[in-house]
Design a protein around this ligand. Structure first.
Ligand SMILES: *Cc1c(COP(=O)(O)O)cnc(C)c1O
Length: 219
């Protein structure tokens, strides 16, 4: 199967309101161009430096999403162009994104990453940390960041009922925080990858992050 065929097949299987982020981490520029020529404009990377290099060489109408763990000291390298940061997991990071966005005269969209998986190796805020962050006044006082919603990764398992339970939990958290946060911009629920996006979409995902099902297995 070719990249463009994979891409179009996945796109046609998604409801129109679900946004597809093509996860191009480790993929060469030539593969990204193939997806671009098939109409894809949103790409996700998990390393800031790799994303910045690809941004430099590729067409400027691409939206770059940072889907990986973000170190505060590297935010400045993506602040001029990043479209959405999926993995925000602390107030400290949010404050740094605000500071760097201000320098670039931009407002940067962010998602809070909530830990929903059984493994404790995956990053993200716990339920209580997340509730505390949204209840605190600080996020609302940062003019150059906009919290757009939540992101989560389910446990890597064949147990579909467990995955569904985790996605349902995140969707419930999303609905709850949407009403608490009260912002018209709180409208993105990023959940679902190659192995579990169908479950995620059934649970109410609005944005899926798909890599290997489009580009093939990563090395
Ligand atoms: C790599 C990655 C993906 C895509 O994974 P695939 O299984 O290749 O679809 C999605 N989300 C995050 C956060 C990732 O790091």
């Amino acid at each position: 199967m070719s990249i463009s065929k994979n891409l179009l097949q996945i796109k046609s299987s998604l409801p129109p309101e679900v946004t597809l982020v093509a996860v191009s981490k480790t993929q060469p520029v030539s593969s990204i161009i193939e997806a671009y020529e098939a109409g894809q404009r949103i790409f996700g990377e998990n390393k800031i430096q790799e994303m910045a290099e690809k941004y430099e060489t590729l067409p400027k109408d691409i939206e770059w999403h940072m889907i990986g763990h973000v170190q505060s000291n590297k935010v400045k390298y993506m602040a001029p162009f990043v479209k959405l940061i999926h993995g925000v997991d602390s107030l400290k990071l949010l404050i740094e994104i605000d500071k760097q966005a201000k320098k670039c005269n931009r407002v940067i969209d962010c998602l809070l990453q909530v830990h929903i998986a059984e493994e404790d190796t995956k990053f993200g805020l716990s339920e209580s940390e997340f509730a505390e962050l949204l209840a605190s006044p600080e996020p609302g006082l940062l003019p150059n960041v906009r919290i757009r919603g939540l992101m989560g990764m389910a446990t890597f398992t064949d147990d579909a009922s467990r995955v569904k339970k985790e996605f349902d939990f995140l969707k419930a958290q999303f609905d709850l925080s949407k009403s608490k946060w009260g912002s018209p911009y709180f409208d993105v629920l990023s959940m679902g990858m190659s192995g579990d996006y169908e479950i995620a979409v059934a649970s109410g995902s609005t944005m899926v992050r798909i890599g290997s099902s489009i580009f093939g297995e990563r090395n």
